[in-house]
Design a binder for this molecule. Structure first.
Ligand SMILES: *Cc1c(COP(=O)(O)O)cnc(C)c1O
Length: 395
């Protein structure tokens, strides 16, 4: 008797989303405790979160904010640059950073990226700076969690580290050499958006080792007021305040901070799992023609926020069609990023070099971020790889 074997089914046995947010039992009970306390907006819980977070990244201060984008804007305003000053940034990043620059009254200058690493090399930084005759500051992004040498980037831009703001939305846990991101430049901005490595849902943190800068951020995250509500409403405290700075309304609540503290306690374990999952993807995809693995850092530590492969021209279907085919199998994916010079608003408000940004265009054509979060199972990874293998072998 012969056994009929059916070809291996690769339809995902369950939907595998691009990323899942898990708010665990510790975070939920911490939220309940805050809700019962009668104080739900910025208060003691935020103070504790700021301290624990700054300790984790090795900075002297943490200032909790409503989002990474708000943190970038506040940090850029805090540099006190003349209106219209130029700020260098990669074209291959999230649009929020460019908005932060323009909201701060500054002008984004877009740098091209290396087709392999997808970030600006020192040569590309020098070329972008030469084209505009100098920049006053720079936003450095550790794309996907892979470390960028911040000091070398600053030197190439002709500015000091005190004029560098890091967009570390992907980079909690990233190390440049042996230095943790968060303690390197003037200010580093983290995101706690739902898909980030440390997820609260929404929220952000700016870390700095400049106390005066931190105090400015503490005021400007809340209208520029010299004393926040928590300090004004404590018994015996003064109701008076002054407004000496032009601020935003961008504070974090105690409810969010309670979730953040619980997520920070499990962060190292979550990161260890991300490292395992990245290695599992690497091992299974290594033999596939026309798919390039994400670049590994030469030194330092990758935080593995994203697992982004590159679909090469020899792959049987385009990147866009691949996204549709994966989606039909219940597998989510994403693209990081649509370069800023391809977005309508940004192309009109950023300085784009006359020769275009061909490296970023090449990266954009082929880049694909596969499902990735610390809660994936080995089977999830295997199913995604089986799907890529099947689609990649069709003709
Ligand atoms: C998510 C993200 C941001 C924005 O973070 P928010 O907290 O949502 O403001 C900024 N930069 C990069 C690179 C991001 O991926």
């Amino acid at each position: 008797m012969t056994v009929q074997t059916s070809p291996r089914r690769v339809a995902a046995s369950r939907p595998i989303p691009f990323a899942r947010t898990v708010i665990g039992p510790e975070a939920r009970s911490a939220v309940a405790r805050v809700l019962e306390s009668g104080w739900v907006t910025t208060g003691q819980e935020v103070v504790e979160f700021e301290r624990e977070f700054a300790d984790y990244v090795g900075a002297s201060r943490g200032v909790a904010v409503s989002s990474c984008t708000a943190g970038l804007e506040l940090a850029l305003r805090g540099l006190g640059l003349a209106p219209g000053s130029r700020v260098l940034m990669s074209t291959n990043t999230f649009c929020g950073a460019a908005g932060a620059i323009t909201h701060a009254g500054l002008v984004p200058v877009l740098a091209d990226v290396d087709p392999w690493s997808a970030v600006p090399t020192e040569d590309l930084i020098r070329a972008a700076v030469r084209e505009v005759g100098g920049v006053s500051a720079m936003v450095v992004v550790h794309l996907g969690g892979r470390p960028v040498d911040v000091e070398a980037a600053a030197a190439a831009a002709g500015i000091g580290l005190d004029r560098v703001i890091e967009d570390a939305a992907h980079a909690l846990g990233t190390e440049v050499g042996s230095q943790r991101v968060g303690s390197i430049s003037r200010a580093t901005c983290f995101s706690f958006y739902a898909t980030k490595n440390l997820a609260i849902g929404e929220g952000g943190m700016v870390t700095t080792s400049d106390d005066d800068f931190a105090e400015t951020l503490v005021r400007t995250r809340l209208h520029g007021m010299s004393r926040d509500a928590w300090r004004r409403y404590t018994p015996g405290a003064s109701w008076r305040y002054d407004v000496a700075d032009d601020g935003l309304k961008a504070n974090l609540t105690d409810v969010q901070a309670a979730i953040g503290r619980a997520q920070l306690r499990r962060f190292d374990a979550d990161q260890a799992r991300r490292v395992e999952l990245a290695a599992r993807y690497d091992a299974q995809l290594a033999g596939l023609p026309s798919i390039s693995l994400p670049p590994r850092p030469v030194e330092g530590r990758h935080a593995w926020h994203l697992y982004a492969v590159r679909i090469q021209p020899g792959f049987p279907v385009s990147r866009d069609e691949l996204i549709d085919r994966l989606s039909a199998l219940g597998i989510g994916s994403s693209v990081h990023f649509i370069p800023l010079h391809r977005l309508t608003w940004h192309v009109n408000h950023c300085v784009v070099p006359a020769g275009g940004l061909p490296g970023a265009d090449r990266v954009f054509e082929g880049t694909l971020s596969l499902p990735f979060d610390q809660n994936m199972t080995d089977d999830d990874v295997d199913e995604v790889c089986a799907a890529l293998r099947q689609i990649g072998s069709a003709r």
